[in-house]
Design a protein around this ligand. Sequence first.
Ligand SMILES: [Zn+2]
Length: 339
Amino acid sequence: MNLRWLLVLWVFPVAFCSGEDLFDIKPVADGVYAAIAKPAFRVNSNAAIILLDDGVLVVDTHSKPSAARALIEQIKGLTPKPVKFVVNTHFHYDHYQGNEAYPSAWPGGIEIISSEATRANIQRLGIPRMQNEIVTLPGQITSLKNDLAKASTAEQKNKIQYNIRQAEAYLGELKTMQVTLPTLTFERSLILYRPSRRVEILWLGRAHTDGDVFVFLPKEKVLVTGDAMQGRTPFMGDSYPYEWIQTLDAAEKLDFDFVIGGHGDVMHGKERFELWKRYFQDLLDQTASAYSQGASLDDAKKTVSEFLIKKYADKFDPAFPQSVLGNISKAYQVIALAR
Ligand SMILES: [Zn+2]
């Protein structure tokens, strides 16, 4: 822990000790921080906090405005500078639904930046998904309440009660949310030039979605990746698996040492990029081979997961054996003739 960090803790203890403290703030380079999200009922993305000469740039806004507000309090503990730029790496709910907190905190002074594709995706897909959640979440809360009635141990009861409280609070936030779209979009790259720092916001190809952007700090050798590269098992539901491999190749051409992903801890170097590329290639090859032998989706899930779990389970998070099934469905859907 360096002196500056001690000073931050000493001067702003409230922000770091409050119950609202949803993120662990980790210094990555001078004036660059990773906000690593703690577990929550609806997952919050990590954020990157990049201090500029005249303001702050924040990457991603989590699943709800209250989480973004909690991070804003933590940012105020790091710097008196205002947040001027917010970047949405892609359109998934856990990366943009907190957007409204920033213009609320700094009215008139915020640009929310994304690729053109991400802005369109929020309108076409993000908003209906959010509205669907408002309609379906009460049913999930009812089934949690049924589980609570059946729970036998105090520990189980506490856990379920906690989830019910979180779900009800989340539902309340969704109902009052002001969907806040990006205000500044680009197709390939947008570069911020400041005397002390250069921030490159880059679209390098389709990957986790068609609109993923990377935020690259060439001088500090830091790359912020959203969910195109993160610490857990890749989520592939909206992805372009073959192109994702090429996009990771393009990202690896950048000169970086530290990677702030959308989830999980700060990563180092390019090792995990290589791991994901091998994993995608194996997933696609194995699924194609199963399909070419006439396998149904259920057959493919069985044989391909066996192969992938054996080879990769110890390299991903504990949920890998379940997550891999969704990835096999996606690969099958990409490869198989739609009927
Ligand atoms: Zn995502």
